[in-house]
Design a protein around this ligand. Structure first.
Ligand SMILES: [Ca+2]
Ligand SMILES: [Ca+2]
Ligand SMILES: [Ca+2]
Ligand SMILES: [Ca+2]
Length: 205
């Protein structure tokens, strides 16, 4: 996991260590943010966007996109507080440079997917996919070049059961590792380039 600690991202690591350990829960970072940080609320089509200024410099560095089902009335009355269930997307600019570094997508209030740029170069380095609010798959770009080359798969107990790797830089996995009780038990290789393993080796104790 050492690659998750790029040079300039110590603060980021602190903030987002909960991602790294696979226990991100929707709303964890938003509960501490008071509504007074909202700089503007805007309706875009069938969506409502709330913008927040987290560091007080007057520029928004977090956006929340809500389903606009319960829109405030057209007479300009104060927007209703939206419920977590209506949250569709959250974007965060962690280094306050005007570019969002974390994109989180929600399904019925549960975190469904998140994309994180760990070194703030504008290219995503980690993507997490959740099922039922639990981490199911993690894609990683260890070179911070925006190219995913490692895929990890987790069962519903949060344990790693499969890992795939792209070793020839064609963006498709060609080596697989299979785990049982955290132990590597089998490896598989794609030798004919069809994207599926057909050559396997069992790992003996
Ligand atoms: Ca700001
Ligand atoms: Ca940024
Ligand atoms: Ca990056
Ligand atoms: Ca490959």
């Amino acid at each position: 996991m050492s690659w998750l600690l790029p040079k300039k991202a110590n603060l980021l690591f602190l903030t987002f260590s909960f991602f790294a350990f696979g226990c991100a829960s929707s709303g964890a970072t938003t509960s501490v943010i008071a509504d007074t940080n909202i700089v503007e609320t805007e309706t875009e089509g069938d969506k409502q966007v709330q913008r927040f200024d987290l560091n007080g410099d007057g520029a928004a560095d977090m956006e929340k996109v809500f389903r606009a089902s319960a829109l405030p009335s057209a007479d300009g009355s104060v927007p209703q507080p939206k419920s977590q269930k209506d949250l569709l997307e959250k974007r965060m600019d962690l280094d306050y440079n005007g570019t969002f570094d974390v994109h989180s997508y929600y399904d019925q209030g549960d975190l469904a997917r998140e994309r994180i740029d760990l070194d703030f170069d504008g290219k995503p380095d980690v993507e997490n996919i959740f099922k039922g609010g639990k981490l199911a798959e993690r894609r990683m770009a260890p070179g911070f070049d925006g190219k995913y080359s490692v895929w990890k798969f987790f069962n519903d107990k949060g344990a790693l059961y499969k890992k795939a790797r792209d070793t020839d830089a064609n963006s498709r996995p060609d080596e697989w590792e299979y785990y049982k009780d955290q132990k590597l038990i089998r490896v598989g290789f794609d030798r004919d380039g069809d994207g599926e393993p057909e050559y396997f080796e069992d790992i003996k104790d």
